[in-house]
Ligand binder design. Structure first.
Ligand code: FES
Length: 238
């Protein structure tokens, strides 16, 4: 295992060569904002919230999807990055109908936490107010597309950990939606095992447990990483 040495916010850091900037930063105690990234799942660089500056290039890098390199000088916090992150958050809020006051994930929502952390007190963009559905055809869970930020954590948790690949993404741009099977109601899915990993992975109130009321949905994110670790270490093989 080769080790790379780099600086993150002026701090000298050593990381494994397969580590991303995000992982190296977290291990060094530097928290880079992230929404589509979650421990245990393959990073896809979808939300761009983890953008960082790299000395020597004007191009911002997605920390979750960029591997460390020897001698890198990374800046994770600057007025420019703060402004970009705030703008990304505002665009996410403008794209769907996020009404925190009536959301099951109120106070336990990563999008909401991120908005507070970045001082987002209003949205400068025009709201799209799309007409989106809520699917509660599954006997235990539901999905409210109004709250989905298309991070694809549900898609990856279902495919990579459960191996069911019930979730996928259909459409492009503002018309993109997460779908179950061939875009049929969740309750009609032949592949869903009702394991609930997508519920644990969702950063907002989009995928929820039925019966949860406002502000009731707390999730256990560590469950995904725990399952991945246990499988890699063959902890359940006797
Ligand atoms: Fe890196 Fe979303 S966390 S792009």
């Amino acid at each position: 295992m080769a080790i790379k040495t780099l600086t993150i916010d002026g701090q000298l850091v050593s990381a494994r060569e397969e580590d991303t900037i995000l992982v190296a930063a977290r291990e060094a105690g530097v928290n880079i904002p992230a929404l589509c990234y979650v421990d245990g799942l393959t990073p896809v660089g979808a939300c761009r919230l983890c953008l960082v500056e790299q000395q020597g290039t004007n191009r911002l890098q997605a920390a979750c999807a960029t591997k460390v390199q020897e001698g890198m000088e990374i800046v994770t916090n600057s007025p420019r990055l703060h402004e970009y992150r705030k703008m990304i958050l505002e665009l996410l809020f403008a794209e769907r109908n996020h009404i925190c006051a009536v959301c099951v994930a109120n106070n336990h929502c990563e999008l909401q936490d991120m908005a507070v952390r970045h001082g987002m007190d209003h949205v400068r963009f025009e709201y799209l107010y799309p007409q989106l559905s809520v699917d509660v055809s599954h006997e235990q869970f539901g999905i409210d597309h109004n709250r989905c930020i298309l991070c694809t954590r549900c898609v990856r948790a279902c495919h990579e950990i459960e191996g069911a690949h019930t979730w996928d993404v259909s459409g492009r741009g503002v018309r993109a939606r997460v779908i179950t099977d061939m875009n049929q109601p969740w309750g009609d899915s032949d592949t869903c095992t009702s394991c609930g990993k997508c519920v644990q992975a969702c950063p907002t109130g989009a995928i929820f447990r039925q019966g949860s009321t406002v502000a009731e949905m707390e999730r256990d994110r560590s469950m995904l990483q725990f399952l991945v670790n246990a499988r890699e270490k063959k902890q359940w093989n006797v």
